[in-house]
Design a protein around this ligand. Structure first.
Ligand code: HEM
Length: 506
């Protein structure tokens, strides 16, 4: 503790005292919140969570058994309402969608990176969010744009196949996650900036965005703002990281602008025709409430790359784990691919729709291993009620959707990996967008549903189909895959999957 910290200590104590009085006086106001585990004065359940020394998602897995379909966690000053029941999730997200479609406030560190909530994922439910999301949908994932950009995926998939072959020759095995991340990241960078860049630069962007995710994950002052002064160093680090993020991405934006406005392409990296890159649409976008500049462009493009990389790569890794551990499923999938395009035939994007078993494998992976166990935090647009309890507008409304796919009342043998359930079983006809009912919602549901869910599915399906068509995936002898989970923004394998690849006989 330095001298300035010491000087802040005394006012902090006074503030604590005043705050405690305010908190006690307002206790009645909080009545009729959903039930909550008993907490401590001021800090609520925060200390219990910290003492658990495991990630929040694993703690909630236990707590929901005791506290039921809807409960409260008082995390310092932050009131979190956890919703685990499929009917309540459907009611909040779909039936009463607009009421629960907002986002809670961002922490000071998150505000540095979101440019004051100027990103689709963090914007409050309102005109800015609507403009940004509509632009994203028409410019990045409309069927016309997806078709127009299929060459980007073809190029990235070819690089992917070459890279894993080389890695297998050099190391004797392939590490799945790192390769899939790199490939998906290269696709998203090209979709955003219309540029093909070197693998070194892709890795650099990837690592900076990973650092951003780390630094923006919740810290003590997010729950107890009185500690903010003691975290000045983190705020300084965040600002420095933001500078590095800008240094890394602004040159791409400027090169693209020169290409769009003057036709300049000095280093030849601009490959998408004018109008086909996401950033081209942002140059023209004029939301009524906000002017967009380079900093906002960096935020909006980073959001796409971050949101689309780990989620899809995690899913491919879990799917391959099951294919490695269960050769019967892998052979069934291989047979379907061969019947559809032949042993050495090119897998085109339109072929994916003709592969029901592949679809079943991917859906079963998303059911059994949803990349996020929670959706992003939601907020009600005004004080309301749900399940007979009060939901204050300032509360963080957290949908624990992992429970929906672990629930034995909704799925038979939910812990088993059985793609067949989607062909003739309890998965037939399941609506993964949750519009009709919530039985699995890996992309959320309603107003804030992942706008790129179909693009994510395409990346996962293509990668899996290409990898299984070319190689038989088997465990590394003496080092069987370990399905232990851990949390790293998505729920990933604690020990990343390594596998041997045996070229298929053509
Ligand atoms: C397997 C792949 C993916 C999964 C599982 C996934 C999952 C999700 C989830 C759970 C949400 C939060 C929904 C909510 O808060 O209610 C979300 C939001 C979002 N996702 Fe995805 N996603 C995937 C791929 C992608 C891709 C490829 C992109 C971009 C190209 C993307 C962009 C976004 C954006 C911009 C939002 C914020 C939407 C909003 O707040 O209105 N996602 N995604």
């Amino acid at each position: 503790m330095d001298f300035i910290d010491f000087c802040l200590f005394f006012p902090t104590l006074i503030f604590l005292r005043l705050w405690w009085r305010y908190w006690s006086r307002n206790a009645s106001h909080r009545k009729n919140l959903p039930p909550s585990p008993p907490g401590w004065p001021l800090v609520g359940n925060l200390i219990q969570v910290i003492l658990q020394r495991r990630h929040f998602i694993f703690l909630i897995r236990d707590l929901h058994k005791k506290y039921g379909p809807i409960f409260t966690m008082q995390m310092g000053q932050r009131t979190m309402i956890i919703i685990t029941d499929s009917k309540l999730i459907h009611e909040a997200l779909v039936q009463r969608g607009p009421e629960f479609a907002s986002r809670p406030p961002d922490s000071p560190i998150r505000l540095v990176f979101s440019m004051g909530k100027c990103a689709i994922n963090s914007a409050e439910y309102g005109p800015l969010w609507r403009t940004l999301r509509r632009n994203f949908v028409t410019e990045l994932i409309s069927p016309m744009r997806v078709k127009q950009c299929s060459w980007i995926r073809k190029w990235a998939m070819e690089n992917h196949m070459k890279r894993i072959k080389t890695e297998s020759v050099e190391n004797g095995f392939v590490e799945v996650m790192s390769n899939c991340r790199l490939t998906i990241c290269s696709i998203l960078i090209c979709l955003c900036f219309g540029a093909k860049i070197s693998e070194e630069r892709i890795k650099h962007i990837e690592s900076i965005l990973k650092e951003v995710m780390l630094i923006t994950s919740p810290k003590l002052p997010d729950f107890l703002p009185i500690f903010t002064p003691l975290f000045r160093r983190q705020v300084k680090e965040a600002k420095e990281l933001r500078k590095r993020q800008l240094q890394c991405l602004v040159p791409l934006i400027r090169n693209r602008r020169n290409f769009v406005e003057k036709g300049e392409n000095n280093n030849g990296e601009m490959v998408s025709p004018i109008g086909a890159a996401y950033i081209d649409s942002l140059f023209k976008l004029e939301p009524a409430t906000r002017q967009l500049g380079e900093e906002e462009y960096v935020t909006l493009c980073s959001e796409v790359i971050s949101a689309g990389t780990d989620t899809s790569a995690t899913t491919v890794e879990w799917a391959l784990l099951h294919l490695v551990m269960n050769q019967e499923i892998q052979e069934k999938l291989y047979k379907e691919i061969v019947e559809c395009v032949g042993k050495g035939g090119e897998i085109k994007e339109e072929d994916i729709e003709k592969m029901p078993y592949l679809d079943a494998v991917v859906k079963e992976t998303l059911r059994r291993h949803p990349p996020g166990h929670f959706l992003l935090s939601h907020a009600a647009i005004k004080d309301t009620e749900l399940g007979g309890y009060k939901i204050p507008a300032e509360a963080y409304v957290e949908f624990y959707t992992a429970w929906v796919t672990e629930n034995p009342d909704l799925w038979s043998d939910p812990g088993e990996f059985r793609p067949e359930r989607f062909l003739h079983g309890d998965g037939v006809g399941v609506d993964i967008t949750g519009t009709r009912a919530v039985k699995m919602v890996p992309f959320g549901a309603g107003r804030r549903i992942c706008p790129a869910w179909s693009l994510g599915m395409l990346h996962i399906n293509l990668l899996l189909a290409r990898m299984v068509q070319a190689f038989k995936w088997v465990p590394v002898p003496d080092s069987p895959p370990d399905p232990t989970e851990t949390y790293a923004f998505t729920v990933v394998m604690k020990n990343p999957l390594k596998a041997l690849i045996l070229p298929r006989v053509k």
